[in-house]
Design a protein around this ligand. Structure first.
Ligand code: AMP
Length: 118
């Protein structure tokens, strides 16, 4: 997907603040952070969303990156919220599967808001 912004970030063709990477995934800070820590984890390969035939090992690699990113960003102990906006009703805006890691401040209860915008 040559026109996909997240593919370009994974390929190093578009700058991003890379937090963590493995052969399978890349984590980088969100351009428009909704919390003091807001990092995205993406598979290097292009999948539109979780329904796009994502192999088990890629799903595993995405989740395996979460505690690493949390540790690097300093929120492993304080906690963090994980969000996947999957598809149109979830308002997914970048059509490359990604997982949001949000932390660094207390968030209210509830599953409705993206990250309880202040
Ligand atoms: P979503 O609404 O779940 O599709 O989230 C897409 C996220 O990607 C948003 O939080 C954007 O701020 C973020 N984003 C879009 N373009 C970039 C970029 N070039 N670098 C970092 N984050 C980006």
């Amino acid at each position: 997907m040559s026109e996909c912004i997240f593919c370009m970030i994974a390929a190093g063709q578009v700058p991003a603040k890379i937090v963590y990477e493995t052969p399978a995934v890349v984590a980088f800070d969100d351009l428009s952070p909704q919390a003091p820590v807001h990092t995205l984890i993406i598979p290097r390969s292009h999948y539109t969303d979780l329904g796009d035939g994502v192999p088990d090992q890629v799903r595993a690699a995405l989740l395996a990156a979460v505690p690493e990113v949390a540790r690097i960003k300093g929120v492993a102990e304080s906690g963090y919220r994980l969000i996947i906006n999957n598809g149109a009703d979830a308002m997914q805006s970048v059509q490359h599967l990604h997982l949001h890691v949000l932390g660094g401040r207390a968030m209210s209860h509830g599953m409705v808001h993206f990250a309880d915008e202040e």
